[in-house]
Design a protein around this ligand. Structure first.
Ligand SMILES: Nc1ncnc2c1ncn2[C@@H]1O[C@H](COP(=O)(O)OP(=O)(O)OP(=O)(O)O)[C@@H](O)[C@H]1O
Ligand SMILES: [Mg+2]
Length: 528
């Protein structure tokens, strides 16, 4: 679907500042739609031919819609838009005329000109028309609430025609603004409440104010209610600013453990300040959840920190034991366990410092890689290089993947570039090897390359060495000892990915992994 901007740029001669104003209208007009119990359509005159194009639409949340179909993108000319034409040309709100029928829905049409004030505050010209169309099929005798809503709606409609609604935005307002249905209070020019909707009344009750709001001085009430005097003064000043015709930022009031979000809007049809509209929403639960989340985050970080400490203790114990055993094989096995445990600790260390359950993985890979080179059995040093980036990985992927990479890197260093003694025994065992060791062909620098890139929600990783390659009789699907068993179990289990081990294109060995990153299930496990 085309956006408001696309449509306006394609079909009209509106300037960027005009289009920005239309965006502001569409950002704030749910309020008018709800108060009017009516659909609002934003129409712009099409360049040259007297027809109008609908660039935006909003349905009321307080009443049935007059349009079941989407109207955006429609271009209409002739009698159907004659009322828009009057509002546009004469710059006044048009509301005469008989009901019209959409299929079997009777509707009342109104047209509100949209004026953009000039930068020096002059009235400016009409740039568009808001069609206000009410579904009349359910119209009843209006209640107190409906009468108050409709009066306020008419004030706001006039302010659109004057160019004083919507008010300027305040940057950084993240919580969505309170809506009409959340609670609405109307004030007269002196700041006294003339109407409070039942939901507004309930919101104030939660703050500890049980009497009727009508007749109250709302600014004074806010000052009295707020537990924090500074917050109370601030909230009162917001109301006073709106009464002066300014648009203050949204404010929160805390009292008696409850929190209320308020938005005060000036009412000044035809430029005369006649009072203010205050929308209120009880956000106690939202704030409680925010606070709970913050403590939960801190707790999770602390747990990762302790897991890391415990793993380091385990590693230290194993290292101690490795020093004591005399059998070389047992010592090697224990030392390997030390490295395995240490690599997991690394992930938890990173998690304990991050604010969410995700880690920047490149740093971890680099540390595991440099630890692997230290165990190289050869006198010649093995170079380690990372190409591309792993990016940020979710915790559960990171813990499994670091173990996999640890095994593959150790294999590359240990078996790709074995010490001379090992080479001798290995060659004695196998008669004429199928592929001559490329390392023997010349002084090629021993190197292991880890490369990573993301493509279509998949992480592609390869660990390549230019060593002596897999043994000739090696079964790439099933062969191997504990190391490759761990790798396959993690890849096909936790990570739900695939792994291939093969001879490298230029000798050596290449392991390639593909791991899906899209986790659809909210509990963090992949679906499926
Ligand atoms: N990069 C490599 N270059 C050459 N041979 C390799 C490479 N990776 C694995 N191999 C071969 O595959 C075998 C199995 O590897 P695996 O990691 O499962 O066991 P391991 O390294 O021998 O012992 P550990 O269980 O301690 O890891 C190795 O013994 C080696 O022969
Ligand atoms: Mg191994």
């Amino acid at each position: 679907m085309s956006t408001l901007r696309d449509l306006a740029e394609e079909h009209t001669r509106l300037r960027p500042a005009d289009i920005d104003h239309l965006h502001r209208i569409a950002g704030d007009w749910q309020l008018l739609s709800d108060l009017s119990f009516a659909d609002l359509l934003l129409w712009v005159p099409v360049d040259g031919d007297g027809s109008f194009l609908c660039v935006a639409q909003v349905r009321p949340t307080t009443a049935p819609t007059a349009y079941l179909d989407d109207q955006v993108g429609r271009i209409v000319g002739g009698p159907e838009v004659a009322h828009l034409e009057v509002a546009h040309r004469q710059g006044r709100i048009w509301r005469e005329g008989d009901p019209v029928w959409y299929g079997d829905v009777p509707a009342r049409h109104e047209a509100i000109p949209v004026r953009l004030r000039t930068t020096d505050g002059e009235a400016g010209e009409v740039i568009a028309v808001v069609g206000r169309d009410t579904n009349l099929s359910t119209a009843r005798t209006p209640s107190q609430l409906e009468l108050n809503y409709l009066t306020t709606a008419d004030d706001l409609a006039q302010m659109i025609a004057d160019g004083t609604f919507p008010p300027p935005r305040h940057p950084g307002e993240t919580t969505s603004a309170p809506r009409v249905g959340d609670g609405l209070v109307r004030l007269d020019a002196g700041g006294k409440v003339t109407y409070a909707s039942p939901n507004a009344q309930s919101a104030y009750r939660r703050l500890g104010y049980a009497s009727h709001l009508v007749g109250e001085d709302l600014a004074a009430l806010h000052r009295r209610l707020a537990s924090d005097p500074l917050e109370g003064t601030d909230a009162a000043n917001g109301i006073l600013a709106a009464l002066r015709g300014e648009a203050p930022p949204r404010r929160e009031i805390d009292a008696r453990g409850a929190t209320m979000l308020t938005r005060a809007l000036p009412l000044m049809p035809a430029g005369v300040p006649i009072g203010a509209l205050v929308l209120v929403r009880d956000i106690t639960e939202v704030r409680r959840r925010d606070r709970a989340l913050i403590t939960k985050d801190a707790t999770i970080r602390e747990i990762h920190h302790r897991v890391k400490n415990n793993l380091q203790t385990v590693a230290a114990l194993l290292r101690l034991q490795a020093r004591r055993v005399s059998m070389p094989e047992a010592r090697v096995a224990l030392e390997e366990s030390v490295r395995r445990v240490a690599s997991i600790a690394l992930v938890h260390e990173t998690l304990s410092m991050s604010s969410d359950e995700a880690v920047e993985f490149d740093g971890i890979v680099d540390r595991v890689a440099s630890a692997a080179t230290e165990v190289a059995a050869t006198e010649a040093t093995v170079g380690m290089r990372r190409e591309g980036s792993f990016g940020v990985l979710p915790a559960e992927v990171a813990t499994s993947l670091v173990m996999v990479l640890n095994e593959l890197l150790l294999n590359a260093v240990e078996h790709g570039f074995p010490s001379d003694a090992e080479t001798a025994t290995a060659e004695a065992g196998s008669a004429t090897p199928a592929t001559p060791a490329p390392a023997a062909a010349g002084p090629v620098a021993a190197e292991v390359v880890v490369s990573a890139h993301r493509f279509r929600k998949m992480l592609h990783v390869s660990v390549t060495d230019n060593g002596r390659g897999l043994p000739p009789d090696f079964d790439a699907e099933r062969g191997g000892n504990l190391g490759l068993q761990i790798v396959r179990a993690l890849i096909t289990g936790e990570l739900r990915g695939t792994i291939e081990l093969r001879d490298g294109a230029k000798g050596g060995t290449e392991a390639t992994l593909v791991v899906p990153l899209a986790r659809s299930a909210p509990d963090g496990r992949s679906a499926g």
